[in-house]
Ligand binder design. Sequence first.
Ligand code: DGJ
Length: 721
Amino acid sequence: MIGLSKLSAQKVTIPIITQNSAIVLQTDNENRVRTVYFGEPFKNTNEYSDISSLYHYADTDNGIYNVAYTPAGTWNISEPAIQVKHSDGNTSLELKYVSHKQVVVNDNILLTSIILKDPLYPFQVTLFYKVWKKENLIEQWTEIQHSEKKAVLLQKYASANLYFTNKNIYLTSFHGRWAKEMQPSENKLTRGIKSFESKLGTRAMLLQSPNFILSFDKPASENDGTVILCQLAWTGNFKYDFEVDTYNNLRLIAGINPYSSEYTFPPNQVFKTPSFIYTISNKGIGEASRNLHDWARKEKILDGQGERLTLLNNWESTFFNFDENKITSLFKDTKELGVDMFLLDDGWFANKYPRNSDNAGLGDWQENVKKLPQGIAYLAKEAKKEGVKFGIWIEPEMVNPKSELYEKHLDWVIRQPQRPEVYYRNQLVLDLSNPEVQDFVFRIVDNLFTKNPELAFIKWDCNALIYNPYSAYLNKKGLPQSNLYVDYVRGLYKVLERIRAKYPKVPMMLCSGGGARCDYEILKYFTEFWTSDDTEPLERIFMQWDYSYFYPAIVSDNHVTDWGKQPIKYRVDVACMGKLGFDIVYSHLNDNDKLFCKQAVSNYNEFKDIVWKANLYRLVNPHQNDMAALMYVNIDKSRAIMFNYLVNFRPQFTSYESPIKLNGLDADKKYHIKETNLYPNTSSTINPETIYSGDFLMKIGINPEVSLQRTSVILEITEVQ
Ligand code: DGJ
């Protein structure tokens, strides 16, 4: 502990400092905590206490906008961070500074906590700021406690309430729908409140991603300018309010969506909000992404610095139409292709209502005896004989009304008992606020592993959102329905916690009919996620590019499929910029395509470590150019891999005229550049003998010679010893 300040009339200044940024909080004359600075750190830390005296905000006319956690029902007239109804029905809240402490976790991590209390009610909020200095990353959350006589109704309970005095702020948000996830849109924030949110419950990111970028003074750019990359790490409904106030400053409130979520909160417990995570850079989004990726691999993603399995999936090659022979024949393809694992997708289960389409069987997790008479254990054994690993698809939170589970446990299903059911993909969501349902979901996974110890991988799907939110369990317990959205997500985390306690390392893919669910809280339990069902390679370049702002390539599952008209080389090259997989009928490929794929898998095995674990530099943005280029550079800058893709196929476009400046290399090192993933019987136009200095490559660059004849080019850049 390096500091402890007591309740005092004197101003208390609390700097929250990373290597390149500072947020300064300070108490005012009323002992409220205000945000007085966001910017680059000062040389002389004593000067932080002088900042506020130079701002002359007329609190009485306009309200107090810069309070660090704004309560509702007293002096505040702007959007609150917290709003409550006390146990006696009173709706006022005041929060005053009591104390703070800063704990050094290690050389890089500092945890600041600030206790605020209501002078009238026994109600307390602690603000937490966990700082990773080197990564310029802050994880912020709050803990709410009270000792009132009865439960308090939490009506709004944000994770963070930030304040920026910078003018001209640009917001990039990411919107979507099925197969169109992560579509960016950048706008200058103007007066008033702009909000974006999710109300979908499960599959929460389907229409709106919880990731966004703020850029100060100008639109966001790759290598310069102050930007923040942000995310609420919560696998459910979220809401962001961006309020440009009367001083033209920005108030940002981030947290669980208060929509239909007034939470009944008993005394003497701790309500912990999810983390709001943000990385700050003064050198553009490129540096911010690299810091976020580093942090995520080290701190959040399950086995974030480990290995991943390349795979062949049968979803698009068979859909529901397969049997034991078909699947075992695909093991041979898996082996020949050279990937690590075969992944059996949807359709393997349910007997009374067989899972032969998406309208039946979900919830009945017994092998379908017609399709798989010898069960999963047999398949796992056969895969092993073939020398490949075996993984399996589940969608454990969901149920088809046409299922035995629905017949037996209607009270486990989220539905309004008096109203017609509303389906998404013919299915409904199970009520994970109910501990019995949590147990059921845990057992689906546990049974699979207990019966099939060879099982190497799980794909965990989630295709429906919540309509008709109503929990029979909460009703039975006398708890309000408005606890459901929060308790659902907490129930999901409890199940995942149990799974990971028993099976700490088995790789699991998070899937939500594509990329409709992914954040840094749930990634504590998953090794990767399925970015989108849209695998059309041209679309994928854009999508993977936009995901890359927030997620490192090691978590991005990219599969080669038959979507689109591009040749196999282009499709494989695009999938190589993340974790490579295939979902094609390998045996239907012609001989050259087969040869190419096998060679590409073997090449990928040579460079995958760089893609998964090294630093990403985005070079040519496909949103603004006729091509995309990006590269990954290893830590000692001795090896890099560069991906180049044509994205404009109009016939007038013949070749890329100028060289592309590389980034992240060592100016003093010498490199040679070799093209890899060449299609059989083609040769490269790049001379592997030429030696370039890192300085030259970063000032002039290399021309990958992308053209209509060379639509994708992968270059290996290696230090000459
Ligand atoms: C949706 C997923 O995104 C697909 O990859 C596939 O697993 C299907 N569900 C199976 O129903």
